[in-house]
Design a protein around this ligand. Structure first.
Ligand code: LLH
Ligand code: MG
Length: 377
């Protein structure tokens, strides 16, 4: 089998989510938005898909992919990784886009063999616990505007069946404010009681002292982990913080450098729990990172949702305890957000679990009628 083409299909949809100036998602007025579907075709008629990507990405990747065996993912991935260093590919093949191509190739392999990706990787489980992960704090009345609003939302999530809840508190320009963050964490703990797992992912640019203050408060409130409170480029700051706290510190989430960066964090003792997602270069480097963590006896929690992350969670033999389900907000219907799929990828099951999708590939059933009706390119 040989790859014959890679394309980026763009289509319109209606969204109720807007991004603030730093890129954090919030509820907003309904508007037109664009989604892209990257499609890899072969001479055997089998195709692979991943949502995301861009026209620039497929133009740069096409000469590398066409003519290759789509099962030679490692060779294709290594070649594209080298391309990332210079010229047009620096942006067109940034990790996010490399991750799309890699996922489309895994999807293709699954569709070709009739297996979900987690079975190709080596199946470990067919369901995973989920936590409700909130959007960042806002100033919308009865949204996520006060500690009390977070407590109300945590209670609703508990009633929906979630057994764990993670706050993203106020980012710029509404944060940082360590006291406000701690007040929200306290209000949530008091509302949901001792049995719900709670985590915090706060403003990502706190000073060492502010992060330590928040971390100590979280220990007192029996939180389960403390995520990305400082700039991840300062590994020394994370070493400093991790040494002083008993609550597990988690990271790096956004730092560049794929498995190489995670290896350095482990060697330095910069966090207790590592972090990765398929948008940092794909399933291929994520599995390398998972095996790295396993070798060092370090936990890894998967960042973000979506089909690629879920398939990896199904193949993770080390915890990897949770699927991040979100980002949720009292004003947003999470399950109405992907009208281009015939059904949502991550419905919540009794007990607070999400099933690893069992369809071949990444497990998505694409609504082609929807895409064709709304197609731009
Ligand atoms: O800053 C944000 O908008 C969120 O923190 C976002 O990046 C989210 O994906 C996250 O960090 N989840 O863990
Ligand atoms: Mg995070």
């Amino acid at each position: 089998m040989k790859i014959t083409d890679i394309e980026a299909i763009a289509f319109r949809y209606r969204s109720k989510i807007v991004q603030d100036e730093e890129g954090h998602a919030h509820p907003g007025p309904e508007h037109d938005a664009t989604e892209t579907l990257t499609k890899v075709s072969t001479d055997a008629g089998v195709e692979g898909y991943c949502f995301g990507g861009s026209q620039a990405t497929v133009e740069v990747a096409r000469p590398v992919l066409v003519g290759q065996d789509p099962f030679d993912r490692e060779s294709i991935w290594q070649r594209l990784r080298q391309y990332q260093r210079m010229g047009k590919a620096r942006t067109a093949l940034a990790d996010r886009y490399l991750g799309v191509i890699d996922q489309a190739l895994w999807d293709l392999a699954g569709r070709a063999t009739g297996l979900p990706v987690y079975k190709l990787l080596g199946g470990y489980r067919d369901k995973v616990l989920a936590y409700a992960s909130t959007m960042c704090g806002d100033d919308l009345p009865d949204g996520l505007d006060t500690p009390e609003s977070y407590a109300d939302f945590a209670q609703s999530c508990k009633e929906m069946g979630y057994t764990a809840f993670k706050l993203h508190t106020w980012m710029s320009p509404l944060g940082p404010d360590p006291k406000h963050d701690v007040a929200a964490c306290r209000a949530v703990r008091e509302r949901v009681g001792p049995d719900t797992r709670l985590m915090l992912d706060c403003h990502h640019d706190y000073s060492r002292e502010d992060a330590l203050y928040i971390g100590r408060a979280l220990e007192e409130l029996d939180y389960y982990w403390f995520e990305e409170p400082m700039n991840e480029h300062s590994i020394s700051s994370y070493v400093w913080l991790t040494e002083q706290l008993s609550i597990p510190v988690m990271g790096p989430e956004t730092a560049e450098g794929k498995m190489y960066t995670r290896a350095e964090w482990i060697l330095r003792g910069a966090s207790d729990i590592s972090r990765y997602d398929v948008w940092h270069g794909g399933i291929t480097p994520m599995m390398k990172t998972i095996h790295l963590c396993e070798s060092f006896g370090v936990r890894l929690e998967v960042h973000g949702g979506g089909p690629g992350n879920l398939q990896v969670l199904g193949a993770m033999g080390i915890p990897g305890e949770y699927y991040e389900l979100g980002l949720l907000h009292p004003f947003i219907d999470h399950y109405a957000r992907t009208p281009w799929l015939t059904e949502p990828i991550d419905p919540l099951l009794p007990g607070g679990y999400v099933r690893i999708p069992q369809r071949p590939g990444l497990g998505m059933e694409i609504d082609w009628g929807y895409i064709e009706r709304n197609r731009i390119r």
